[in-house]
Structure formats: structure tokens, C-alpha cells
Design a protein around this ligand. Structure first.
Ligand SMILES: Nc1ncnc2c1ncn2[C@@H]1O[C@H](COP(=O)(O)OP(=O)(O)OP(=O)(O)O)[C@@H](O)[C@H]1O
Length: 254
């Protein structure tokens, strides 16, 4: 059943790139993972929902038509973190995270904002790097700064595009466990992921995308099956239940 606190996507289309026919649901309080091969349209869909791509979007959030939100409010409500980039900006890690918050609340820096920045740096294990310049960071360190810049704003919908692509195993689990907490706090978390086992472990729901279309959506158990995944990725797979009863996926070959 769709609640008034869901992100409900009815249709999204972008000439030649995306033809999503819903309904697709990303509930508040849940992690929804977008899965699909390279070029499937995962980033384009997230960008369309965030209002960055000039797509035709029919979607609602908390019962309100997403398109009626003024563009700045829509981007603040649905924060989109792109795939790993890098920054040469002459900012420290602390300044970069604080700047993200100041962009949301221009002209305001209160004690509570500094406390929020400190808590976010701590959540991402960045305290020791707080005074380091962005340009001096490793790829994985920079990715955690970018995630901290998203988290510090506490958006209603967090859309993170491949947020663990540069992270070591410890940091992958740290970030996903933190995102689990963000969902438990009532946010909607939407992630594009390539790691099927991370998706199996942390997601509540999946949207399976290929060639700009959504082939299936539903619970992890319903979506992460060989019948769904083998044609999606064009590989042979074995799926078995892990000790936590969630699927474990092994690639057997092409
Ligand atoms: N700015 C753009 N202009 C035109 N086509 C684009 C643009 N960006 C992406 N595309 C195309 O749109 C399609 C979907 O790309 P998208 O980046 O959404 O895929 P994805 O599922 O996120 O892939 P990946 O797993 O490789 O990140 C691809 O065919 C891509 O080449």
C-alpha cells in the first residue's frame, strides 16, 4: 500500500534516454536501490527526480506533486549526489561540509550548525582530516566528504549515485549503516549501486532498470533472483539465502 509519505514515481521520460512507466515507490523510512547495467538510466532517473535533467516527470512526494516545488526547494528536498568526481577547490574538509550547509541556509552559521558539521564529520570518520585540503584527499576520502556534504543538509530524500564506489570494505559498511539510520529516521534513501551484495544486505526495495526502462520493482527478495538478474546483467548467477536470510549473489560467469 502506498502511504502519503512515499516518493511515488508515475512516469519519467526523456527523449531517447528514459521511458519509465510506474508506479515506482520509494517509501519514507526505507532504502531503495536502483540496479542495472551501465547506461541503464539510473543516474538519469535520479537527476530527473532531483530536477537536474530536463525530463518530463510525474511524481509526488508526501502526497505533493514534485513538479509544483520551486526548483531550489526541489533540489534542497531531493538532494542528488553525483557519481564520484573530485575537487580542486581550495577548501578544507571542514569548510566544504560547512559550505554545503551554508548553501542551504545562506547567511546563517549558528552553534548548532557547527555541531551538525562536527557530528557529520565524525559519522563519516573524517575528524582527523577536517583541516586537510580537498585536493590532497584520496578518492575514497573525497567520496566520504561528498557524502558528508549531503548528510549535513538532512534532506527529505537522499539520492546518492554510486556512493560506495571508491570505498574500502570498512567504509562501505560504515556509510551504508549510516544510511540505514537516515532511513530509520524517516528519510527516503535512493541509491544507485553496482554491488549486488551490498544491495541485498541493506536495501528494502529495488528498482531494476535497463535501456531506460524499469523492468521490475519490489522487495529485495522479489527482485534479487536469478530469473530477474541474469537477463538484466547478461551473466550467469547463483543466489542463495545468507545467514541473515537475505540473498547472497555469486557471479558464475558470462
Ligand atoms: N548528458 C547526456 N546527454 C546525452 N545522453 C546522455 C547524457 N548522460 C547520459 N547519457 C546517456 O543516457 C543513457 C543513460 O545514462 P546513465 O548515466 O543514466 O546510466 P547509468 O545507469 O547511471 O549508467 P552507469 O552504471 O554507467 O553509471 C546512456 O546511454 C548515456 O550514454
Amino acid at each position: 500500500m502506498i502511504s502519503s509519505e512515499d516518493l511515488l514515481v508515475r512516469r519519467v521520460s526523456l527523449e531517447g534516454r528514459l521511458a519509465i512507466d510506474g508506479p515506482l515507490v520509494a517509501p519514507a523510512g526505507a532504502i531503495t536501490v536502483l540496479l542495472g547495467p551501465n547506461g541503464a538510466g539510473k543516474s538519469t532517473l535520479l537527476r530527473a527526480l532531483a530536477g537536474i535533467e530536463p525530463a518530463r516527470v510525474s511524481a509526488s512526494l508526501d502526497g505533493r506533486d514534485l513538479m509544483t516545488l520551486p526548483p531550489a526547494q526541489r533540489r534542497a528536498t531531493c538532494y542528488y549526489l553525483p557519481q564520484l568526481g573530485g575537487s580542486q577547490a581550495a577548501l578544507s574538509v571542514h569548510e566544504a561540509v560547512l559550505l554545503s550547509l551554508k548553501t542551504l541556509y545562506p547567511g546563517r552559521v549558528r552553534g548548532e550548525d557547527l555541531a551538525r558539521v562536527a557530528a557529520t564529520l565524525s559519522a563519516m570518520g573524517l575528524e582527523a582530516l577536517a583541516e586537510r585540503r580537498l585536493a590532497s584527499l584520496s578518492g575514497g576520502q573525497y567520496q566520504r566528504v561528498a557524502i558528508a556534504q549531503a548528510l549535513v543538509r538532512r534532506p527529505r530524500v537522499l539520492m546518492l549515485d554510486e556512493p560506495t564506489s571508491a570505498l574500502d570494505l570498512h567504509q562501505q559498511l560504515r556509510v551504508l549503516e549510516w544510511l540505514r539510520g537516515e532511513a530509520d529516521a524517516g528519510r527516503t534513501v535512493l541509491l544507485a549501486l553496482h554491488d549486488l551484495n551490498l544491495a541485498a544486505r541493506f536495501a528494502d526495495r529495488c528498482w531494476l532498470l535497463k535501456e531506460g526502462r524499469c523492468l521490475a520493482s519490489g522487495t529485495v527478495e522479489a527482485c534479487l533472483t536469478p530469473e530477474r538478474l541474469e537477463p538484466l546483467f547478461d551473466v550467469r548467477l547463483a543466489v542463495e539465502a545468507g545467514p541473515d536470510a537475505r540473498p547472497r549473489i555469486q557471479a558464475l560467469g558470462l
